[in-house]
Design a protein around this ligand. Structure first.
Ligand SMILES: Cc1cc2nc3c(=O)[nH]c(=O)nc-3n(C[C@H](O)[C@H](O)[C@H](O)COP(=O)(O)OP(=O)(O)OC[C@H]3O[C@@H](n4cnc5c(N)ncnc54)[C@H](O)[C@@H]3O)c2cc1C
Length: 317
């Protein structure tokens, strides 16, 4: 009989895990507490307007392509992508703004206009950033994550120095214009850390930004979730909404299943795509990896208060 796996949540991570597990032959059911799928990438519809509730920046298109390729598909089978030009505009407090183009050559020119000599410095910075991208995003993130030693490779050892410097310091070695400094420091925001506290190695985010560009799925980011849902269903994954998991059940410290909507359901394995801290609250005290005092000492990335505002006519600018 097929092994039964319960996947908690229906965000990108839960869908990704569910698809790979189903492909390996497991009987997979996804449990989503909300009435609709997507997690932080959910969609909100009201009064004729449709909003992406969370993400809007589609970066690293190669990662999405690689995911769908693993199942014999391509992104184009599920949604249509458009590369944005300008990729985005940055507005400064003095009222000025800088457009970031969709190609490196134009971006180098923009930098040169703002600060003489900066285009050459930027070229060097992007070359280094690309090399880090190839190591980090094309290789390291795909390792199984079983041992920290997976991160020790000849390529990472050669880049060890970059773990002792930070993004902020390295950016300032390349440009001095404060506007250019903020543009180059901005991408690590997506990692939820300050540039001054982020190792220089993470400048691969700058290659994701300038080198690979900013994209938009037609119909919004939620289309990615809908694409993953379609793929998951085609692989035989069951998806249930309005199904909060209130407990991960165990016997002799081995998982036996979950409790959902007051019902005990048997599963061989439970996999969580929800936040780590929340997931541990579903376990018995002695089964938790981290104590409450551990979590209390952590600084979490800032959240945000979002307003979903729709206009029924085109506004100037
Ligand atoms: C406002 C905002 C803007 C963002 N902008 C970007 C961006 O522009 N580009 C980008 O790449 N990323 C962006 N992100 C980050 C990105 O959205 C997230 O990293 C990603 O969506 C997280 O996916 P996930 O599957 O890991 O987790 P989640 O999407 O959080 O999925 C967890 C799921 O588990 C469910 N769940 C939790 N507890 C239970 C339970 N007990 N039982 C059942 N279900 C449960 C939740 O409802 C949720 O569906 C943004 C995030 C936010 C909030």
């Amino acid at each position: 009989m097929k092994k039964r796996i319960a996947v908690l949540g229906s965000g990108f991570s839960s869908f990704s895990a569910a698809c790979y597990l189903a492909k390996e032959g497991y009987d997979v059911t996804m449990f989503e507490k909300n009435e609709s799928i997507g997690g932080r990438a959910s969609q909100f519809k009201a009064e004729g307007f449709t909003f992406d509730m969370g993400p809007s920046w589609y970066w690293m298109p190669d990662v999405f392509e690689r995911f769908f390729n693993d199942f014999g598909h391509s992104v184009a089978d599920f949604y249509e992508l458009e590369k944005l030009n300008p990729a985005y505009s940055v507005f400064f407090s003095d009222g000025s703004s800088i457009d970031i183009a969709d190609n490196l050559e134009d971006i180098f020119n923009t930098f040169e206009t703002e600060e003489k000599g900066s285009s050459k410095a930027l070229q060097e910075f992007i070359a280094d950033s690309k090399s880090n991208y190839d190591v980090a995003v094309k290789d390291l993130v795909y390792r199984p994550g079983i041992s920290p030693l997976e991160l020790v490779t000849p390529k990472t050892v050669a880049k060890l120095g970059q773990f002792f410097s930070n993004v902020s310091r390295e950016v300032r070695k390349k440009v001095t214009n404060p506007k250019l400094v903020s543009i180059l420091e901005f991408p690590v925001l997506f990692l939820g850390a300050k540039p001054s506290k982020t190792p220089a190695f993470y400048n691969f985010m700058n290659y994701a930004d300038f080198g690979l560009g900013t994209w938009q799925p037609k119909g919004g980011m939620h289309q990615v979730i809908l694409g993953m849902e379609k793929l998951a269903k085609s692989l035989g994954v069951s998806i249930v909404v309005n199904s909060p998991i209130s407990k991960i059940n165990t016997k002799n410290n081995k998982v036996t299943g979950i409790t959902c909507n007051g019902q005990e359901l048997k599963f061989d394995t439970v996999l969580s795509g929800a936040d780590y801290h929340h997931t541990e609250t579903l376990l018995e005290e002695h089964q938790k990896q981290y104590s409450e005092s551990y979590w209390n000492k952590k600084t979490f990335a800032p959240s945000s208060l979002l307003f979903y505002v729709g206009f029924d006519k085109k506004l100037k600018k």
